[in-house]
Design a protein around this ligand. Structure first.
Ligand code: CTP
Ligand code: MG
Length: 225
């Protein structure tokens, strides 16, 4: 089976409130985007990598790409638009499967990605890395309305892996309907497609706000030991 990897990296990082889009902030001296790409480049059996980059991005250069399997394309307005544009950019190579991983998640464990790929290929069904919710979850605004039972709640991470043709169709349909699609799985769910939940390490954080930066550096140092 042919596998391609898409890295959405076309966001502005508004919640980080930094001078540069958050994927260019250095962790231990190296940009977050480069950490992520170098991690993914260690995956065997990937034919092509496609990085979605904003048209307004003045920080990107192809010298950030680890090897010749990596290409880049324009991103879109929302994350789902960026992923759809990257899928279209891969059309000529027609991969069987596509794995989508946020540029903002440099800490993912290769072991967890291998596990996800094996599960999807063996079951013939898409899936996502995820973790059971640890905290008690409240619903409300200023006051608590209720506590949401957490027994069936999961946090969705990336990578998320699906059959190329199915994800392409699901994103096209979902975006055309104006649905709120914040990950690949939500597009597949709208089309009533199964999504496997693959339990993963919880240190696969999406670097989002300033307090994530020292935490991410600490985790990288621990992983290197
Ligand atoms: N992303 C993208 N295209 C967009 C928006 C987001 O490719 N139009 C990417 C981001 O670069 C990031 C990933 O999707 O790697 C996850 O998005 P998020 O963490 O929300 O990043 P930003 O949108 O950049 O951050 P914020 O929402 O705080 O502005
Ligand atoms: Mg965002």
């Amino acid at each position: 089976d042919k596998l391609a990897v898409i890295i959405p990296a076309a966001g502005v990082g508004s919640r980080m409130q930094a001078q540069v889009p958050k994927q260019y902030i250095p962790l231990l001296g190296k940009p977050i985007l480069v950490h992520t790409l170098e991690k993914l480049a260690k995956l065997d059996g990937v034919e092509q990598f496609m990085v979605a980059v904003s048209k307004e991005d003045s920080y990107f250069t192809t010298s950030l790409l680890p090897d010749s399997r990596f290409g880049h394309c324009d991103g879109g307005k929302e994350r789902a638009d960026s992923v759809l544009l990257a899928l279209r950019a891969l059309a000529s190579s027609k991969p069987d499967w596509v794995l989508v991983h946020d540029a903002a998640r440099p800490l993912v464990a290769l072991e967890d990605i291998h596990h996800l790929i094996a599960k999807c290929v063996n079951e013939g069904q898409g899936g996502i890395l995820a973790a059971r919710v640890k905290d008690t979850i409240k619903c409300g605004a200023e006051l608590v309305q209720k506590t949401v039972p957490r027994e069936s709640l999961w946090q969705a991470f990336t990578p998320q892996m699906f059959k190329y043709e199915e994800l392409l169709a699901a994103l096209e349909l979902g975006l055309a309907q104006g649905a709120n699609i914040t990950d690949e799985a939500s597009a597949m769910e709208l089309q009533k497609k199964p999504v496997q939940l693959i339990a993963a390490r919880t240190d696969n954080i999406k670097i989002t706000t300033p307090e994530d930066l020292p935490l991410a550096e600490f985790i990288i140092q621990q992983q290197g030991k």
